[in-house]
Design a binder for this molecule. Structure first.
Ligand SMILES: *[C@@H]1O[C@H](CO)[C@@H](O)[C@H](O)[C@H]1NC(C)=O
Ligand SMILES: *[C@@H]1O[C@H](CO)[C@@H](O)[C@H](O)[C@H]1NC(C)=O
Ligand SMILES: *[C@@H]1O[C@H](CO)[C@@H](O)[C@H](O)[C@H]1NC(C)=O
Length: 352
């Protein structure tokens, strides 16, 4: 169809040219003696061709492929995250050109990103970023992950927050049905399978929130400073970094082949674009949600926000203290999540 329209335009252009300016037309013929020219010569002077073209063009305008059909091909799920919607808000913020994960190809940071990132958590002794990244990729895999979106793929993802509203929710089975189950920081599964499931494909953490993961789980580091990258290296080698701004685990058990590092530019994007810098930095949970929007076709969230009584606490902690006033404002992130839910971009399971 597009080819037909294209040829019509070519025909049409030359007819127009012929009748308005014969000299220019002859000039063109001398300049370009392609096969299209030959076709044209056969029909030269034929008004029929022009008429047919106009008719085809009009039919094309009337029956052209609806926009929805194009975007339905984005993935094999019923609704796809990437699908264009009429949400101005979402289209404005969602930027697939920003790569969530660090690789050797994309690690160089522009000046403003580097400045932003270094401003997040200051350190007295600064290591050389380039050298640290080189060391990272000599230890951990360096490949572009999850760029396999296709009309045949329906990748469903569950992002599991650590909210107390998971207690007694019986979401476990539902959560385990997802292709990716992304967990945050120290949120355990052992002993809570009924409510939080037992599968973990990815765990997002930073040094101060680290825990062991089993060898089939991807460990995704959210680096808020260069020292976090150094800690990751140390945790798999010398184990001699034991403090950042507070005491941290010197090592973690994890499969070295399954370590990934969030890109500082992605952290900046989430912080400034999605959260409008309304928190000191984005939480690991919120980073995981936006990560899922980039690599998954359908996203469900569990265990975010307060419980039914308005209490904010972790499902695995006995005492319920208020975490709404922490370094990252849980409530503002939750508002953004609810907006994503209203725009039909994520599913939100509120628990109890
Ligand atoms: C960091 O290390 C690289 C390579 O070793 C070097 O070219 C660069 O100048 C260093 N940067 C700073 C700020 O020291
Ligand atoms: C992963 O763990 C399983 C069981 O603990 C073990 O059999 C397997 O060899 C491990 N794989 C790697 C790559 O360490
Ligand atoms: C850790 O060990 C390495 C190599 O042994 C050394 O270069 C580095 O300075 C040590 N770091 C700390 C914080 O002790």
């Amino acid at each position: 169809m597009f080819a037909a329209v294209f040829f019509c335009f070519v025909f049409f252009a030359f007819f127009a040219l012929y009748y308005t300016s014969p000299e220019l037309y002859t000039f063109f013929l001398q300049e370009r003696k392609g096969t299209k020219m030959w076709v044209f010569m056969r029909y030269r002077g034929s008004y029929m061709a022009a008429v047919i073209c106009v008719i085809i063009f009009c039919m094309f305008l009337v029956y052209r492929t609806p926009v929805d059909e194009v975007s339905e091909g984005m993935c094999a799920c019923k609704d796809c995250v990437r699908q264009q919607t009429h949400s101005f808000w979402f289209n404005e913020l969602y930027d697939l050109s920003i790569q969530p994960l660090l690789t050797r190809k994309n690690y160089v940071l522009s000046e403003d990103i580097f400045k932003y990132w270094k401003g997040l958590q200051k350190n007295k002794k600064e290591a050389n970023y380039t050298e640290v990244v080189e060391q990272l990729f000599s230890l951990f895999p360096d490949k572009t992950q999850y760029s396999d979106a296709s009309p045949k793929r329906c990748r469903t993802c569950a992002v599991i927050g650590n909210s107390g509203n998971l207690k007694g929710s019986h979401y476990g089975h539902l959560i385990d049905l997802h292709d990716f189950v992304i967990r945050i920081n120290m949120g355990p599964t052992k002993g809570y399978e009924n409510d939080v499931g037992s599968k973990t494909t990815h765990r997002f953490l930073y040094p101060e929130s680290a825990m062991d993961v089993d060898n089939s789980t991807y460990l995704v580091l959210s680096p808020f400073k260069i020292l976090d990258m150094e800690w990751l290296i140390s945790a798999f080698t010398t184990k001699n970094i034991t403090r950042t701004y507070k005491k941290v685990r010197p090592s973690v058990n994890a499969n070295r082949q399954k370590v990934m590092i969030l890109h500082p530019a992605f952290i900046k994007y989430v912080h400034e674009t999605w959260l409008l810098k309304r928190a000191k930095y984005p939480s690991t949970g919120f980073l995981a949600i936006i990560f899922a929007l980039h690599v998954c076709d359908q996203v469900s969230t569990f265990g975010f926000g307060a419980d039914q009584y308005g209490n904010w606490y972790h499902y695995f902690e006995k005492t319920s203290h208020n975490i709404r006033t922490g370094a990252h404002s849980g409530s503002f992130e939750f508002d953004t999540m609810m907006q994503l839910y209203l725009e039909n971009k994520i599913q939100v399971y509120r628990g109890r």
